[in-house]
Design a protein around this ligand. Structure first.
Ligand code: PLP
Length: 386
């Protein structure tokens, strides 16, 4: 048994993998003596991300959570302002804005992609709304067309994409992370591209770049100083210490160099699960993830929807007893203790409640083998009544 109570031949939910020169680069960062933020690996990693996403500016952060916090600071939220966030997401998507004083308006999701429901969004909009935070769940874009229509005539409402899952995904050919005023990325060890803990803020509009750099660097204009734009740097504005250590940026750059390999591996795992499970959709009442034809998945995860909560919970237990480690996702925010404290008002999110009770994430990582996938599927099928 390991300290996590599992045996060594268990099929773990996630196995973070080294895919290239990560260790070499981390060693280089240490021996070169530049391990703080803003070093050579940070520069190289940010350049790759900028080329991949088309952002005006990429600021590497210590997490997606901190990138969301930086975006919230940049919005200059005032008392009375609200931000619309899906209830079906991680706490950080809402918490970052609540910490800056906004009240949160929780929005339901639509059942196909599990992204923000534009019809519900439209019914929630009023003059207090300063931002909307779409989450591209599992790396599949939400209905950005519907979202755009709902926001027509409201140019002052900022779109902040929480793109923790969606780096390399596309909507109508456009890159996820390049659809909002800001977007955030996660490089947490459970994501496609990892460095332990890490993230990035993508700044998509030129007007935000200078201020974003100041807030990012403890409220100082140090970046402008390094660029030779001012002759000394000093305190200018609010901010915090958001920068990712160059040690971790070395890890990140090593991963980014292998991005095509990583994405291809994850696509293989996804397609394999889909092929193995599709014959059982009807007899077990299982639904598989939907990728609408105008979207390209980032292949962040593979989930199934089971007929009801009891079947899902029994299946989680049954599979764990067979040495397979699936998990659930997310506990709705609108009815959580923390969520109710920051909610602008009570809302019902019935689709969120339903999906949250029925969703199961299967073990999913770059190097999950065919034999392991077969074991996962067999464990699932034996844990769900036909
Ligand atoms: C949608 C979403 N946003 C934000 C986060 C937070 O990411 P991080 O752990 O990098 O702060 C997560 C974490 O999994 C997430 O799923």
């Amino acid at each position: 048994m390991t300290e996590r109570g599992s045996t060594t031949d268990d099929i773990r939910f996630n196995v973070p993998a080294l895919e290239g020169r990560e260790l070499e680069y981390m060693q280089q960062a240490v021996t070169a003596g530049h391990t703080s933020a803003g070093g050579p690996f940070s520069k190289q990693a940010a350049e790759v991300l900028q080329a991949e996403t088309g952002a005006e500016e990429v600021l590497l952060t210590t997490s997606c959570t901190s990138a969301l916090e930086l975006s919230a600071m940049l919005l200059d939220l005032q008392p009375g302002d609200t931000v619309v966030v899906p209830s079906f997401t991680f706490t950080s998507s809402a918490l970052a804005f609540a910490r800056e004083g906004a009240k949160i308006v929780f929005c339901d999701i639509e059942p196909q992609t599990l992204g923000l429901d534009p019809a519900h969004l439209e019914s929630l909009l009023d003059d207090s709304v300063r931002a909307v935070v779409p989450v591209h769940y599992a790396g599949v874009a939400c209905d950005m067309e519907g979202l755009g229509k709902a926001l027509e005539g409201r140019p002052d409402v900022a779109v902040v994409e929480d793109n923790a899952h969606g780096l390399f995904g596309r909507w109508q050919g456009r890159r996820l992370g390049h659809l909002g005023r800001f977007a955030t990325l996660s490089f947490h060890e459970t994501k496609n591209i990892i460095c332990g803990e890490g993230g990035a803020l993508l700044v998509n509009e030129g007007r935000d770049v200078d201020r974003a750099r100041v807030l990012y660097d403890k409220g100082t204009n140090r970046r402008a100083f390094f660029l030779g734009q001012v002759d000394k740097y000093s305190w200018m504005d609010t901010g915090s210490s958001f920068g990712l250590s160059d040690l971790l940026a070395g890890y990140l750059f090593g991963q980014l160099e292998q991005r095509e390999v990583i994405q291809a591996k994850r696509r293989t795992v996804f397609d394999r699960y889909a092929a193995m499970l599709s014959p059982h959709v009807a007899d077990r009442g299982i639904s598989l993830p939907v990728v609408p034809p105008d979207r390209e998945s980032a292949y962040h995860m593979f989930y199934v929807l089971l007929p009801d909560r009891a079947t899902r919970d029994d299946a989680l237990q049954g599979m764990r007893s067979l040495g397979v480690q699936p998990t659930f996702h997310y506990v709705p925010l609108h009815s959580s203790v923390g969520g109710r404290k920051v909610a602008a008002r009570a809302v019902d999110c019935p689709v969120t409640d339903d999906i949250s009770g029925r969703l199961m994430r299967l073990p999913f990582h770059n190097n999950l083998t065919e034999a392991q996938s077969e074991r996962v599927v067999a464990a699932l099928l034996s844990s769900v009544p036909a």
